[in-house]
Ligand binder design. Structure first.
Ligand code: 1GP
Length: 250
């Protein structure tokens, strides 16, 4: 049986065609700032809040950030952990993810083994996801010891995604790296989408409505933006992205 958050995401993709999730990096914000970002993202129409970053964060701070977000908005909160320190009992769900193109078994299954009992203890909803780092991969690629898949090798991304689906993972995340100069290209999204039935998440470097539209038109079901909330006029830009992607019916 699907968990509450997963069911919500799947149904929303079905009814709206695609959706937007706001990523908050706990390391970059105070609890008050996180609450403000969550509030304004909700007003813009974001569907959920993801919390995670690629580098260090203190667990106390993560707990406080999540508490502030939950007090501010009633959107689902989904952990996006880079390690076991990214797990908190104050979230609703967690991407239970494997970094499929890591060369380090720790990021393929080691951290997950250490984290699984915590997920159970905290009653978090685990949502199974295959994480694939593409393009230059950014900090996530370095920290996760990934061999990023070049943007001009879409068939390799599709092979990784298909393997994830055969393993039973229900979501696939094509990650261009936070702050990537160029977002994941439509050719790669299209290729992956043509291989799998899983729900496809795309993120990394999406800054404009046009880029979001391109990704959704190519087959992305969920768009994630993180860095955008730190830029000038970001509220309007997030709102434009969300309004824009709703116009594309797949
Ligand atoms: C990073 O894909 C996300 O994990 C979001 O990337 O910060 O570039 O929006 P940005």
């Amino acid at each position: 049986m699907l968990g509450r958050v997963e069911k919500y995401l799947i149904e929303k993709v079905k009814s709206d065609g695609s959706l937007h999730i706001t990523l908050i990096d706990p390391e970059k914000v105070s609890p008050e700032q996180a609450a403000k970002i969550a509030q304004s993202s909700k007003e813009s129409g974001t569907a959920a809040i993801m919390i995670g970053g690629s580098t260090f964060n203190s667990q106390n701070h993560l707990d406080e950030v999540l508490e502030a977000i939950r007090n501010a908005v009633d959107l689902p909160t989904i952990l996006f952990p880079n390690n076991i320190t990214g797990i908190s009992g104050n979230a609703d769900a967690m991407w239970f993810m494997s970094l499929l193109n890591s060369v380090d078994p720790y990021f393929l299954v080691g951290a997950q083994i250490l984290g699984a009992p915590l997920v159970k203890k905290y009653g978090l909803e685990p949502i199974s996801m295959g994480y694939i780092i593409v393009g230059d991969g950014g900090t996530a690629g370095i920290v996760g010891k990934a061999l990023p898949i070049p943007y001009n090798k879409p068939e390799l991304a599709a092979a990784h995604a298909l393997a994830a689906q055969y393993f039973g993972m229900r979501f696939i995340y094509l990650e261009g790296g936070s702050g990537a100069k160029d977002p994941v290209p439509p050719e790669m999204i299209r290729k992956v989408k043509s291989y799998v039935d899983a729900t496809l998440i795309v993120g990394g470097g999406i800054k404009t409505k046009e880029q979001a539209l391109t990704a959704v038109s190519a087959g992305a079901d969920i768009i994630v933006t993180g860095n955008l909330v730190e830029s000038l006029g970001s509220e309007q830009r997030v709102a434009d992205i969300i309004k824009g992607i709703k116009t594309v019916k797949q």
